[in-house]
Design a protein around this ligand. Sequence first.
Ligand code: SF4
Ligand code: SF4
Length: 249
Amino acid sequence: MVIDLEKCIGCHACAVACKAEWDVPADKGRNWVKRLGPSNTPHGLASTYYPGLCNHCDQPACVAVCPADPVAMTFTEAGTGKTKTMEVAATWKDPFDGTVQIDKERCLGCGACADACPYSARYVNPALGEDGKADKCTFCVERVAAGLEPACVQTCLAGARIFGDLNDPKSEVAKYVKKGAVKMESDAVKIGPNVRYFGNRRDLHLLTESSTPQVMPEASMRRIMMAKMLRPLTKKAGTKNGLLGILTG
Ligand code: SF4
Ligand code: SF4
């Protein structure tokens, strides 16, 4: 997806559409719009919006930390029918369409993935299941499979959200990349985000300076390591979250 900052008018229609489509609690978000500035930048005064969502990263930090028991899953490439079987935890990156998804049935609700995401793109929905379930943008896979656009893209009257295949040189999103659309990365965080931002130098400077992806705080990292180490013990003891629940509580 590409976000065109030149077109975004900060109306929040995308965020509201997403909440309505996916029953997201009012105080949480699968996507968001933040007001940035006005602030001085080396290129002049900047004022813009930051429409954000999961970046469906190439090396997703969220996937690597999931302590749920891995199961074998077979993925199918749309169009060719080619398949690939992989062991995945409760969250994974699809080897064909590149999206990062969650199995809510197997999710433990521990929140390790939400802690690990440098973009704060995940949250645990307490209304789902006994212990809550992780949730985030799915790039509206079901809508896309049905030939529709993601809800946020369809709703944006300004045309600021553009959805397509970055690997297809003829796509609108690939053309934006050619024109200079950038990834939100920092020196500390380079995990291959697949959402690109297009805008003038001032606004892009403000966006990348104010919304730099953050490395996980050390406390969260320790909690995740402990959760992974203790998962076999809690499983053996027959508890669902067991010590993990205590650690994350
Ligand atoms: S943006 Fe966060 S939640 Fe989305 S794939 Fe990247 S690390 Fe995972
Ligand atoms: S909340 Fe825990 S179990 Fe669920 S997807 Fe995230 S890391 Fe995996």
